[in-house]
Ligand binder design. Structure first.
Ligand SMILES: [Zn+2]
Length: 419
């Protein structure tokens, strides 16, 4: 007789120290991106999989950023991808940390260090769940495909994006990305980030005659940028089946961010002027200036409407010699609320935590988008303490890690037919 879901759960509880140690071990391997190396952490993952008897291989679009693929189960049936990244953002100024970011210290309630939340704890939970299923010989009516990547923090070009382009995500029925979320949120959609470049052209002159001669490209562009706020009036479009998640998302944004009107960040275009460059010399009237703007598109937005506002902003500024350039590459994306992956994770998370768990859309974006573009229902759910992510003093709660591993395990059991 093959192992039951309950027996697996008991085993996970018995071996919880193993999971805690695994998380700590991953933290102790410095895998900063950029600046660091991914070699050691990738070798560690391969080694772990080998020892667990799980078939795996290393592939790479770029040698600096290797990926590990692993697979278990049968070729037929439900096919489930689990994704995690093992790169971490740099620790930065070490003097701002209260503990060694690469010490992997374990306290009474937490594991400490860079990457605990984003997202080595999540990776540890997935490795641990797969190992348990393997060593107990659970009868899977389908398969698990693990995608471990090492290039998420700098955009994913050599990681998930590449894996999807190469066909490694083909024919999957669901995908779970173990990125950090709050325990009461399942992320089921995101905005898409695009780069708009606004360029202004002027006429050079000697700086000493600036008020009389020449046409200052910096001043022209700054006048145009005064109107950037109008892009934020453009809204996304949602069908009836998306309204509940939209409402959840606004509720979460309001609660988490505590800024008046912040809920609009979810369903409206946002435009952030991130970089501006122009002028060559202090004593010259500049003849060129450009601004690079991060434009985030909500789900269902009409880009023609966004472009109309960009053109209107330039025209209404009254300045001439300004043009823009944009290639819309990333769009808002989402997974239906009633997908099996959303329902299953929600059920187990609610049971284990005893709280209400809300499927919602993110204002940011991540690797999940690449799977959704591929037509795969994809969610993010993972252990985290958000304060330290991409900042100092990153930690994760042990309780969060233990529960996440159980939620993953139960979800895999349900979707892959383990009773
Ligand atoms: Zn991450």
């Amino acid at each position: 007789m093959s192992i039951s879901k309950q027996e697996l759960l008991n085993l996970a509880a018995e071996k919880e120290q193993e999971l805690i140690n695994l998380t700590s071990q991953l933290i102790r391997i410095n895998s900063e991106n950029p600046n660091g190396s991914q070699r050691e952490v990738i070798d560690f993952v391969k080694n772990y999989l080998n020892e667990a008897g799980i078939e795996n291989k290393e592939i790479a679009a770029d040698e600096t950023y290797p990926c590990v693929l692993a697979q278990m189960g049968s070729d037929e049936g439900f096919s489930m991808i689990i994704n995690g990244h093992v790169d971490v953002v740099p620790a930065g100024d070490i003097s701002k940390w209260k503990f060694d970011p690469f010490g992997g210290e374990i306290t009474e309630t937490q594991i400490l260090g860079r990457g605990t939340s984003d997202m080595k704890a999540g990776v540890a939970c997935t490795l641990f769940a797969m190992k348990l299923l393997k060593e107990t010989g659970a009868d899977l009516k389908g398969n698990i495909r693990l995608h471990i990547v090492s290039d998420e923090e700098t955009g994913g070009a050599y990681g998930t994006k590449w894996l999807c382009e190469q066909g490694y995500a083909d024919n999957a029925h669901a995908c779970l990305v173990a990125e950090p979320t709050s325990n009461s949120t399942i992320e089921i959609g995101q905005k898409g980030s695009n780069e708009l470049i606004i360029k202004s052209y002027g006429t050079p002159a000697h700086g000493s005659l600036g008020n009389y001669k020449g046409d200052n490209a910096i001043l022209k562009l700054s006048k145009v940028l005064e109107g950037i706020g109008r892009l934020h009036t453009v809204k996304g479009k949602y069908d009836d089946s998306q309204l509940e998640a939209l409402e959840n998302s606004k509720f979460i944004a309001k609660n988490k961010l505590d800024v008046p009107g912040i809920e609009n960040v979810i369903d409206r275009v946002t435009a952030n002027v991130g970089i501006i460059s122009g002028g060559n010399k202090l004593n010259m009237v500049p003849d060129y200036c450009e601004a690079r703007v991060d434009i985030r598109l909500p789900i269902g937005v009409d880009v023609a409407e966004v472009e109309r506002e960009i053109k209107g902003m330039i025209k209404d500024s009254g300045v001439s010699g300004v043009e823009y350039e944009v290639e819309w590459k990333k769009f808002g994306n989402s997974t239906p609320m009633d997908s099996s992956i959303v329902r299953t994770v929600k059920k187990h998370a609610e049971d284990l935590w005893g709280i209400k768990v809300l499927p919602a859309y993110q204002w940011a974006s991540s690797d999940a988008a690449f799977y959704r573009i591929h037509g795969i229902p994809t969610i993010q759910y993972g252990p985290s303490n958000t304060e330290g992510i991409h900042s100092y003093n990153e930690t994760v709660d042990i309780e969060d890690v233990l529960n996440a591993s159980k939620i993953y395990l139960l979800t895999l059991c349900d979707l892959l037919g383990v009773q």
